[in-house]
Design a protein around this ligand. Sequence first.
Ligand code: S6P
Ligand code: ZN
Length: 196
Amino acid sequence: MFMEPFACEVEPQTGILRPSQQVIRRTLRNIGGIFLDQEAVQQILSTEGDRLIYEVYAADVPESEGHLPYSTTVIYPGRVGDEYHMTKGHYHMKRNRAEVYLGLSGEGCLILQNEAGEVRAVAMRAGVAAYVPPGWAHRTANTGDVPFVFFAVYPGDAGHDYGTIEIEGFAKALVARNGRPVLMKNPHWRQGGGAR
Ligand code: S6P
Ligand code: ZN
């Protein structure tokens, strides 16, 4: 019933968390569908081959009520077309479950969307603690030239709903304009379904 207390070490520059129970690796081939510019995805895959977009290291904490699972995410720098490397993004299955992110190194942006289709962006860097309120889907992008690393902690019974974002996507995309990150309307987006 009772779990033994424990601690993990976190390397702020690499995001490596030790010991970690699982390491998720998402490559362009796995998640290419999340990017707006599908021609750019195909171009990269056929010229450079596959590309590592991000990794997640998770502490060995149960995903159940009462626990607080925590993890690090490392998003490698780069773009697909004009769009910054980013995570798949998800809602929590239980929509009323929140989350906290703490920036550890690099620069990024937390992009949030609620079920009314409103989008917000929160700039992140080392030392910035960002709050994902209940009801907001969330994804993060690397807007810098080095890996963007952040720490996340969320309620163990939150659950992860990836399907809604896979089907609907986000209403806005984070793209580079004159070297700066800007939110751009996603022309494919329509509420309640549709393409990316
Ligand atoms: C989990 C939390 C993060 C993400 C990670 C990868 O609730 O929000 O640990 O899992 O940043 O993103 P995604 O969308 O692929 O899970
Ligand atoms: Zn989450």
